[in-house]
Unconditional design. Structure first.
Length: 411
């Protein structure tokens, strides 16, 4: 069994390695720098997201010395980047450090001139890292909205539609704030690689308007729980805005590329994606495991959604793994198997784990430790349950983010 789990971890590592942000930036940088500054102009670099430090370091190696550079990332991913100011902020719930970082980004964009050029480096996590609330909405109000969205079962597109409607910088806000043209290198952490969704699309058009965001909040059944300031803003029609300035947006990495690397390492592609309700996906995984041939390995990617009904500690990948273990047990699957689910960024929800690796002995180990896995699942408390069985996947921050990766193996 340990051999299966080891192979699952190795397969996951191959997917993460394929999303190396520095290598991706190096491959696409000549394309981004093709539109050079005009006479007297210079490059300004702004990097945002969990992969921002690595992306910025790779880009600064090719930019003229002294180019202004600002990096905004998570506390887990923060590190010194020579030639850049690095700011760390809260994730997944925005905090005061993020609000200060947003003001720093606005100041950096406001300092540009028409003859300058901005190189934007965008990766996942940016939505929470740069809270720039619209007038009348406070940072605590924004944090409340984030918590409600995270617990509502919303997918990342639904969440970012609402976030964009409440922000000065999301949904093309960088384009409006800059006097200089912007070229962006974008590392995707969302299924389908919709550039409007990644980090809430600071250099692309928004997903919708305030009315669309309000309708989404009603559909998610969180409207009545929103702060009054947020309901008031979303209920107020937008005034006429001029068209967004053009931007040069380049996708440089994605979940699909990581899955391709895992396939090159000997896996097949699963007949499903990690998308939709975590319970439904777990049932699909259990069915797939039962149909797999001995020695077969399958991989999948994406992001599931979890509706929070309890007050426990965990993340979507940990809950998925625990649900798979329970579903396989209920199906009476014989033989050896392993299932791994992990966040490519090394972090699953508000925990220090990337996810979990489970197999035939996982539930027995929990019960031997006095843990009732069903009761823990009902409280969204997968982290301590999996920890009791030694099933957590702990990698530390990986410095990249291309959504979640899963590995299924049969012995």
């Amino acid at each position: 069994m340990q051999d299966l789990q080891t192979r699952a971890r190795e397969m996951f590592a191959a997917g993460v390695a394929a999303a190396d942000p520095a290598a991706a930036v190096a491959r696409h940088l000549p394309q981004a720098l093709a539109d050079a500054p005009g006479p007297g102009g210079r490059w300004h670099l702004i990097a945002l997201g969990k992969a921002a430090p690595a992306m910025a370091a790779a880009a600064l190696a090719a930019l003229p010395a002294g180019s202004p550079a600002l990096v905004v990332t998570t506390r887990e991913s923060a590190r010194t980047v020579a030639g850049a100011v690095v700011l760390a902020a809260g994730h997944p719930v925005p905090d005061a450090a993020g609000e200060a970082a947003a003001r720093a980004v606005e100041a950096a964009l406001a300092a540009t001139l028409p003859q300058d050029r901005v190189l934007a480096l965008i990766s996942g996590g940016g939505s929470a890292l740069l809270p720039a609330p619209v007038a009348g909405v406070s940072l605590p109000d924004k944090a409340t909205v984030n918590r409600l969205l995270l617990g509502s079962g919303a997918d990342i597109g639904q969440m970012n539609l609402v976030r964009q409607a409440l922000s000065r910088l999301k949904g093309g806000g960088w384009l409006r704030a800059s006097a200089a043209p912007i070229s962006a290198l974008i590392l995707s952490d969302v299924p389908g690689d919709d550039l409007r969704v990644i980090a809430s699309g600071p250099t692309v058009a928004p997903l919708g308007n305030r009315a669309d965001a309000a309708a989404q909040c009603h559909a998610l059944a969180i409207w009545d729980s929103l702060p009054a300031s947020v309901r008031a803003h979303l209920s107020t029609p937008e005034g006429g805005l001029p068209p967004l300035p053009a931007a040069h947006n380049i996708l440089i990495g994605s979940n699909a590329l990581s899955l391709a690397a895992m396939q090159a390492a000997g896996a097949g592609l699963a007949p499903f994606a990690l998308a939709g309700d975590v319970g439904a996906v777990a049932a699909q995984i259990a069915t797939t495991l039962a149909a797999m041939a001995p020695g077969q390995v399958l991989v999948a990617g994406g992001e599931t959604t979890v509706r929070l009904v309890g007050h426990g500690l965990g993340g979507r990948n940990q809950e998925l793994a625990l649900r798979v273990a329970l579903a396989v047990e209920a199906a009476g699957l014989a033989g050896t198997w392993a299932f791994l689910a992990g966040g490519s960024d090394g972090r699953d929800g508000p925990t220090d784990a990337a996810g979990a690796v489970v197999g035939p002995g996982t539930l027995a180990a929990m019960r031997a430790a006095g843990i009732d896995p069903l009761a823990r699942l009902a409280d969204n408390d997968s982290y301590p349950a999996l920890a009791s069985a030694g099933a957590l996947l702990v990698t530390g921050a990986t410095g990249t983010n291309v959504a979640d990766l899963a590995v299924l193996l049969r012995g």
